[in-house]
Ligand binder design. Structure first.
Ligand SMILES: [Zn+2]
Length: 337
C-alpha cells in the first residue's frame, strides 16, 4: 500500500509501505476512506519539532474495517468506523473516569495518511456508524477523529455552559470547532478571535455571536468590552504559542477558566493566574469519551464540523496538502486514497 512518510522538514512523500497486519489480538486493520493533515503535523513539517529519521505520519482517519483480531468484538469487517487520534482501551481505571487520552494502555498509530491503517486497542478506540454514512457526511465524521473532539475538549475543560461567556483564541480548525462546541454547550456569548475574513465567516456560521479581529492588547480590550468590562468566563486557547496563551490570560475574567488544547510552547504566567484565581485545564482530547455523542450529532446533521476542510486532494498529493496548510492557503486539508 501507499502512505505518507515525513523525511525532513518540508519533505512529506507519498511512498510504498508494508501493508498493515493484525499484530495483537486487540488490533484492527482499517481501509482508509478519508484522512487529513493536523496542525500538530505542521510542527515537524516546519522544523519546529525534530524529524530524526523518515517516519509515517498522520493520526486522523475514518474508514472501513477490513480485519479484526480475536479480541475485537465491537466492530467487524465492513463496518464504517471513526477512531480518535489517541487509541485507548476504554476499560482501564483511567478510561472509566472518562480520561481516555490518558489510558494506562494508550497507544498510537504508525501513520494514518495511508491507504490502510493498523488500529491498536481497536476494541476501545473504534466507534462504528449504524450502516454506511452518506458521502457528504464523511468530512464531518473525519473531523471527529481529532479537531472536533479537541475543540469540544477545550470547551468542556473550561466549564462552558448555558450561563457562560466564551472567547476563543485561534481561528484554525480546532479554534473553529471550539466555537461550534461552545455554541452547542449553550453559551449565549461566543467571541471568535480572528483576522481572516473566510475564517470569521465560518465562525459565524458555527454560531459565534461576535468576532474580534484585533490581537494582543487591543484584542483583550475588545473582549473585555463585550463582557461587561471583566473578561470572558471561559477562554478556549487553541493555538499553543506564547502569544496565544498571553492573549488567553488577558481575555479571561478573574475567577474564570482557560481551556487549553494548543500544544504548549512556553510557560504560563502562573503568579498572575494565581492572584486572579484563574483555572487552567486542558490537554489532548478524551476522544473516545466524546465520540458517541458527537457522532450522533453529526449523523443527525445537528453539527457540521467538516466545514473546516476547505481543500480536498487525492492522498497521492499529500505533499501539496501539507504545503497548502503551511502557507495558510487552506485551513485544513482532507485527503482520500
Ligand atoms: Zn484505558
Amino acid at each position: 500500500m501507499f502512505g505518507a512518510v515525513i523525511h525532513a522538514p518540508g519533505d512529506v512523500r507519498y511512498e510504498q509501505r508494508p501493508d498493515p497486519e493484525i499484530v495483537e489480538p486487540t488490533d484492527a486493520v482499517v481501509r482508509t476512506v478519508a484522512a487529513c493533515v493536523c496542525g500538530s503535523d505542521l510542527w515537524r513539517y516546519r522544523g519546529l519539532a525534530p524529524v530524526p529519521r523518515p517516519v509515517p505520519i498522520g493520526h486522523e482517519f475514518c474508514g472501513v474495517v477490513e480485519a479484526v483480531g480475536d479480541a475485537v468484538t465491537v466492530v467487524k469487517p465492513g463496518d464504517f468506523v471513526v477512531g480518535g487520534f489517541n487509541p485507548s482501551d476504554n476499560v482501564c481505571p483511567v478510561c472509566r473516569k472518562g480520561a481516555t487520552a490518558n489510558c494506562i494502555n494508550g497507544d498510537h498509530y504508525a501513520g494514518c495518511q495511508a491507504e490502510k491503517i493498523r488500529v491498536p486497542q481497536a476494541e476501545g478506540t473504534l466507534v462504528a456508524t449504524p450502516g454506511m454514512p452518506d458521502d457528504d457526511l464523511i468530512p464531518s465524521l473525519l473531523a471527529l477523529s481529532d479537531v472536533m473532539c479537541t475543540g469540544w475538549h477545550a470547551a468542556v475543560s473550561a466549564g462552558v455552559g448555558p450561563d457562560t461567556t466564551v472567547a476563543v483564541v485561534g481561528d484554525g480548525a480546532v479554534g473553529l470547532c471550539a466555537v461550534l462546541a461552545a455554541v452547542q454547550l449553550g453559551a449565549p456569548t461566543v467571541i471568535a478571535m480572528s483576522r481572516h475574513e473566510s475564517r470569521q465567516q465560518l465562525a459565524r456560521e458555527f454560531g459565534a455571536t461576535h468576532v474580534v479581529a484585533e490581537r494582543d492588547d487591543a484584542g483583550i480590550a475588545a473582549v473585555r468590552e463585550l463582557t461587561n468590562g471583566i473578561g470572558a468566563d471561559c477562554v478556549l486557547e487553541c493555538v499553543g504559542t506564547e502569544q496565544a496563551r498571553l492573549q488567553a490570560t488577558g481575555c479571561v475574567r478573574d475567577g474564570g477558566n482557560i481551556g487549553m488544547v494548543g500544544l504548549p510552547h512556553g510557560d504560563l504566567p502562573m503568579i498572575d493566574l494565581f492572584w486572579r484565581n484563574v483555572g487552567v485545564k486542558g490537554g489532548p482530547a478524551h476522544c473516545r469519551t466524546y465520540l458517541p455523542d458527537l457522532m450522533e450529532k453529526v449523523l443527525a446533521r445537528t453539527i457540521n464540523p467538516g466545514l473546516v476542510f476547505d481543500l480536498e486532494l487525492p492522498l497521492a498529493e499529500i505533499g501539496e496538502a501539507y504545503a497548502a496548510m503551511d502557507e495558510r492557503r487552506a485551513i485544513k486539508s482532507l485527503v482520500r486514497p
